[in-house]
Design a protein around this ligand. Structure first.
Ligand code: CAA
Length: 263
């Protein structure tokens, strides 16, 4: 994969795992337009890559994952500019959400506003024990604009999402776990290792099967059950055409480890 240099991101690819670090620690990794565009660029590069199977997204420093959209950029923005920023974030986050690779948010501190929102566009959220989640937008006279009003209720239910958005209360990692916003809480020093070991476990499975399952879940959650079940049947059928299906089942019957290669 051809690697560019970014002003606001660090990207490392090793053993099929890309670690993307949002690197603006002085602003607690706040998302300005340039960072959103760079995230869009790396996401669209990775989605075409066969080399990367799992993406881990995190924030630089010990204090914050991402403390939201960049308020210093929004302060003088017009209505058109605000809308353009939200649309840029939507494009970038949709790319992350639907890429064939699995995405894991390693949430190492504040995940507020746009930070909570970008973590929700990832497949899985692992929180460090110092993580704090919240949607503080109504303190600023705006509403969540990077998907918070849509993805938060889908993850934690309408009532809890409304409470978080209307009160702007911050919740800690344990509470985020309790309401289903994060998959697991780990000590901060173990966060990246934990995410990498989860990535390796996922990569040891049939990667194309994982990708088809991701597609079935993502599309199915946004449609009615009957259409979702039809989509699942079609993707299930498609999986029967793969090498990994033939190999995976043959290996099971021969009581040997499968050599799974499709992606
Ligand atoms: N945008 C721009 N700069 C930010 C920022 C943000 N979202 N969050 C923090 N910063 C900057 C601060 O301005 C400060 O900069 P200076 O050192 O130049 O003064 C620096 O990061 C460190 O922050 P604090 O001094 O405030 O650190 P703290 O420990 O006292 O507080 C915090 C930490 C509670 C996270 C606090 O910084 C904070 O409340 N940040 C804003 C959170 C927020 O409102 N996020 C939502 C933004 S709107 C949004 O995201 C809309 C959307 O839906 C997309």
């Amino acid at each position: 994969m051809e690697m560019k240099t970014y002003n606001n991101l660090l990207v490392e690819v090793e053993d099929g795992i890309a670690v993307i670090t949002i690197n603006r620690p002085k602003s607690l990794n706040a998302l300005n337009s340039e960072t959103l565009a760079e995230l869009g660029d790396i996401a669209s590069t990775i989605e075409k890559s066969k080399e990367v199977k799992v993406v881990i997204l995190t924030g630089a420093g010990q204090k914050a994952f991402v403390a939201g959209a960049d308020i210093s950029e929004m302060v003088n923005a017009t209505a058109q500019e605000g809308r353009a920023m939200a649309l840029l974030a939507a494009e970038t986050f949709n790319c992350l959400e639907n890429m064939p690779q699995v995405t894991i948010a390693a949430v190492n501190g504040y995940a507020l506003g746009g930070g909570c929102e970008i973590s929700m566009a990832c497949d899985i959220r692992i929180a460090a024990d110092n993580a704090k989640f919240g949607q503080p937008e109504v303190n600023l006279g705006i509403l969540p604009g990077f998907g918070g009003t849509q993805r938060l209720p889908r993850l934690v239910g309408k009532g809890r999402a409304k409470e978080l958005i209307f009160t702007t209360d911050q919740i800690d990692a344990e509470e985020a776990y309790r309401i289903g916003l994060v998959n697991k809480v780990v000590p901060q020093t173990e966060l990246l290792d934990y995410c990498k070991s989860m990535a390796k476990k996922i990569m040891s499975k049939a990667s194309y099967g994982v990708t088809l399952a991701k597609q079935a879940i993502n599309t199915g959650m946004d449609t009615d059950l009957e259409s979702g079940l039809k989509l699942e049947a079609n993707l299930f059928g498609l999986a029967f055409a793969t090498h990994d299906k033939a190999e995976g089942m043959q290996a099971f019957l021969e009581k040997r480890k499968a050599d799974l290669t499709d992606f």
